[in-house]
Design a protein around this ligand. Structure first.
Ligand SMILES: Cc1ncc(COP(=O)(O)O)c(C=O)c1O
Ligand SMILES: [Zn+2]
Length: 404
């Protein structure tokens, strides 16, 4: 079988591939351990290229056996960003645009894998703790899978994201506190109901694997080559770690030549992962999060120390743009490439800009930047920084007057 075991990311202890997520030896998080002989025998680049235009073209690398719960996530637009590249002074800038996934964020990749796994385990319901995007994605996939969904969100999540979760019929529980409070309650509920699959709690080892497809896609679209550098938004740090594993997988099976890809992260100002990398010290949880970028506002990041390790080991860096820089970056991307990304994408592009300005990315580097959510989800704060509409009476002369 493709999945051999679950393995502790700290002490290496192995467990059967069930709905487990913490090591009973050291409390470390678990990850999927694959049978690489199986993958070698089954996977090929030709097979992938003939596969569906979704993340399921990479199913030989994903930890599931059953029929996918599939809304068509993945294999999104891969864009050579010549205008933005010119603006920033980069000759080989590429964007993966996950703002156009079925529920308009990259979370569809992780959720499609996790809900497929919940079905495989015969679970009776699904759930999650969410900063907003996971909520919409889980509630849509749960609807498709005919499973009830319980979603725990902190206060202050954008209205559109709450509507998106509710419209598919999920039970949305708004917790009076931060994301970390919502996550704590959700973890207690998951412990109480072992036959419910909380995608980013007891299914987390499987869930995280869905994001590896963002690495596979970059490599495939570059003609089975790895980029020189990537720039990734961070909340818990799971996405960055998954992209790292994805590149290593492809090297392991010989689909790409080995390359030391430099990993860069970006997180709103004041949050723990970027703070530790940029200013030194360990990952210190923060309680009060003062940012408009709710989707990245995790004060106690589960994968923080692993993300920090990858960034430092690969010679990358982490940036921490302010909200103002983030909004300017949303506008810059929209005006240069015609892509309206959510504030998390603004954090990523603002991070990219600083990395280039500080000479950390070279002009000729092949850079892949991950845009993970859609601008219509977080439009309101941006509105304050746009020109007013031009108001006229319905008469030609008025128009001519205002444009004169
Ligand atoms: C739009 C968007 N981008 C990136 C992330 C980062 O995810 P991670 O927690 O894996 O670092 C999130 C997390 O919620 C998100 O909503
Ligand atoms: Zn352990």
């Amino acid at each position: 079988m493709k999945v051999e075991a679950l393995k502790c990311r700290i002490c290496g202890k192995e467990f059967p591939p069930e709905a487990l997520y913490t090591c009973d030896n050291c409390f470390g998080p678990l990850e999927v351990k694959y049978n690489w002989d199986w993958i070698h025998d089954h996977a090929s680049t030709e097979k992938i290229e003939k596969g569906p235009n979704s993340l399921w073209r990479y199913r030989d690398f994903l930890p599931v056996n059953g029929e996918p719960v599939d809304l068509g996530a993945g294999f999104t637009r891969f864009i050579r960003a010549t205008n933005l590249g010119e603006e920033l002074g980069l000759k080989n800038l590429f964007l993966i645009d996950d703002s156009v996934n079925p529920t308009y964020s990259f979370k569809d990749r992780v959720v499609s894998v996790a809900v497929t796994k919940a079905k495989e385990f015969g679970m009776k319901a699904v759930g999650c703790a969410s900063t907003g995007n996971l909520a919409g994605s889980l509630s849509a996939h749960a609807a498709k899978a005919n499973l009830p969904a319980y979603i725990f969100m902190p206060k202050g999540v954008e209205k559109g994201k709450i509507i998106q979760a509710l419209v598919h019929g999920a039970k949305v529980i708004e917790v009076d506190g931060t994301y970390d409070d919502a996550n704590r309650v959700a973890t207690e509920v998951a412990e109480e109901h072992p036959d419910w699959g909380f995608v980013n709690i007891n299914l987390r080892p499987y869930y995280a694997e869905g994001s590896k497809t963002l690495a596979y896609e970059a490599a495939e679209r570059l003609g089975w080559n790895l980029p020189d550098q990537v720039v990734v938004p961070m909340a818990s740090g799971a996405l960055l770690c998954a992209i790292y594993r994805g590149f290593r997988d492809l090297e392991r099976v010989g689909f790409v030549e080995e390359r030391d890809v430099v990993f860069n992260g970006s997180q709103p100002y004041g949050l723990p992962i970027s703070k530790a990398i940029k200013y030194g010290g360990g990952i210190e949880p923060v309680r009060k999060m003062d940012t408009l970028v709710h989707s990245l506002a995790i004060g106690n990041p589960a994968d923080g120390m692993f993300a920090k390790d990858i960034i430092e080991r690969t010679g990358g860096f982490a940036e921490d743009p302010t909200d103002r820089d983030t909004i300017e970056a949303v506008k810059l991307l929209a005006k240069t490439e015609g892509i309206f990304t959510e504030l998390a994408g603004g954090v990523t592009v603002a991070g990219l800009k600083r990395l280039v300005e500080d000479g950390r990315i070279d002009k000729s580097d092949v850079v892949v930047v991950y845009l993970t959510g859609n601008g219509l989800k977080t439009g309101e704060p941006v509105l304050d920084y746009l020109d007013d509409t031009i108001k006229i009476k319905p008469r030609l002369e008025e128009f001519e007057e205002v444009v004169a």
